[in-house]
Design a protein around this ligand. Structure first.
Ligand code: MV4
Length: 449
């Protein structure tokens, strides 16, 4: 039985989770660092517990303090949000050990998907298309070269403990293989304390498309269509949409079925995201599976009219997932508004937000924890709001987003709003002609002051 949920997170996602809990009649407990004393998640939760000083490793990343907070307040479940402990298998296990329901998959699922080589093998065995490459870890340069010459150059050497782009190097020819292998290994060792590598064909100019899934851990898995996430900079997504302008009905059906087959193979419990690369010929390949709710989940919620956090909680309560086809209606776009200067290499701009006027009107959603007078702490990520619009078509959604961006007033810190305005006015973006390399050649025009 779950009556009270502790939210082991901060910022907009903590608020987002608290809102759904309250709609479901659940009590909420916020945890906060001393930098977040005046945060809205602390105000909106029924109870709040301070868990330490500002640095994450001393507060939001401390399982012992979070478990203590759950125990003293009598919370029966912990929602990890995204980031922090959301994909930490040990934390999921610690919750289990304390008879607290971790709202997410069991430790072994998180562990398996965190091992990118094992995740790939699992998906391959489930019949999910994967990028041609090594069947397992590549423990030596000669073995790597043999595999690379079989599949053909260019190849990409990836850290098995990696994800999100670190410990990854491309070799364009055999002459480059050895040095790129060493660089990837050193980076993987330094970043993850694990130098394990695997090798696959390098797909040039792919789209990043991901399928939202939901499972109940009892063999029932459904999907909610795809999200287009190709607009990224240094592996940080800036804009996402659903559906993808690059996915036709046939690809959507095949990719949805592949995602379900993959999730089924691990008896998936909770919400998850199966990431694919989609090449220019329309072939798609499994990339990674994320075992958390993602930042960009609202675009899926808007086109499916589903509350994904509610589903997470229902599954955690033991409810079965009803097998059904989820209908996609209209088009949704999300712009991440970060406190960063897009004209200065997106450098972070912490500080006090003096004016904050979020956009509104029909089809406009703003997920944020910010208010006028809010001090953005320098310790955490720089996202201050997600602006999400929904309209009947992609063209109308772009128009609505441009209107909503125009209306959003944030003063005191620089933001990524001007970047989004130029992106959405770009002809290639408007034509849906995007891939993961789009921002490499996108030139931001300086603004006159
Ligand atoms: C790839 C790839 C091309 N070919 N794998 C980047 C993050 C990590 N999750 C995997 N990534 C990639 N894997 C093969 N075989 C290109 C990327 C990639 C990328 C993927 C998604 C979104 C943005 C990206 C930017 C650069 C490279």
């Amino acid at each position: 039985m779950i009556n009270k949920v502790l939210i082991a997170n901060r910022g907009e996602i903590a608020l987002r989770i608290i809102r759904t809990c309250h709609e479901m009649g659940l009590q909420t407990v916020a945890v906060f660092s001393t930098a977040d004393r005046d945060s809205l998640h602390v105000r909106f939760a029924d109870e709040a517990v301070c868990i330490g000083p500002p640095p994450s490793r001393d507060s939001y990343l401390r399982p012992d303090r979070i478990i203590s907070a759950a125990e003293v307040t009598g919370a029966e479940a912990i929602h990890p949000g995204y980031g922090f402990l959301a994909e930490n298998a040990d934390f999921s296990a610690i919750c289990e050990d304390h008879n607290i329901k971790f709202i997410g998959p069991p430790p072994n699922t998180i562990r398996m998907m965190g091992d990118k080589s094992l995740a790939k093998t699992t998906m391959r065995n489930a019949g999910v298309p994967v990028v041609p490459g090594s069947e397992d870890l590549v423990k030596s340069v000669p073995l790597g070269k043999r595999i690379a010459s079989e599949i053909g150059y260019p190849v990409i050497i990836k850290a098995s403990a990696g994800g999100g782009g670190r410990g990854m190097r491309v070799a364009w020819s055999e002459g480059e293989f050895s040095s790129q292998y060493s660089v990837a290994q050193a980076e993987a060792e330094a970043s993850f304390g694990n130098g394990d590598l695997y090798v696959e064909k390098f797909i040039t100019g792919p789209r990043h498309i991901e399928i939202q899934v939901l499972g109940d851990g009892k063999g029932n898995v459904i999907h909610f269509g795809e999200r287009e996430c190709s607009i990224q900079r240094r592996h940080q997504k800036l804009t996402e949409e659903s559906p993808s302008p690059g996915v036709n009905e046939e690809t959507r059906r095949k990719m949805g079925a592949a995602a379900i087959a993959g999730a089924d193979a691990v008896n998936y419990e909770g919400v998850g995201t199966v990431e694919f690369l989609l090449d220019d010929k329309g072939s798609f390949y499994f990339m990674e599976m994320n075992t958390r709710i993602q930042v960009e989940h609202p675009v899926t919620e808007e086109v499916t009219d589903c509350d994904l956090v509610e589903y997470q909680i229902r599954v955690a309560m033991g409810e079965n997932v009803k097998k059904r086809e989820i209908k996609i209606d209209g088009h949704a776009i999300e712009c991440r508004i970060n406190a960063e200067d897009p004209f200065n290499d997106f450098s972070p701009c912490p500080g006090t937000v003096t004016t904050f006027h979020p956009s509104g009107g029909h089809g406009v959603r703003v997920d944020t924890h910010v208010y006028a007078g809010y001090l953005i702490p320098p310790y955490y990520d720089s996202m201050i709001a997600k602006l999400i619009v929904r309209a009947r078509t992609r063209d109308l959604a772009i128009r609505k987003m441009l209107r909503a961006l125009d209306e959003f007033v944030i003063e005191g810190v620089k933001t990524t709003i001007p970047f989004h305005q130029q992106l959405l006015r770009n002809k290639k973006f408007q034509a849906g002609d995007i891939n993961t390399g789009f921002l490499d050649t996108f030139e931001l025009t300086p603004e006159e002051s």
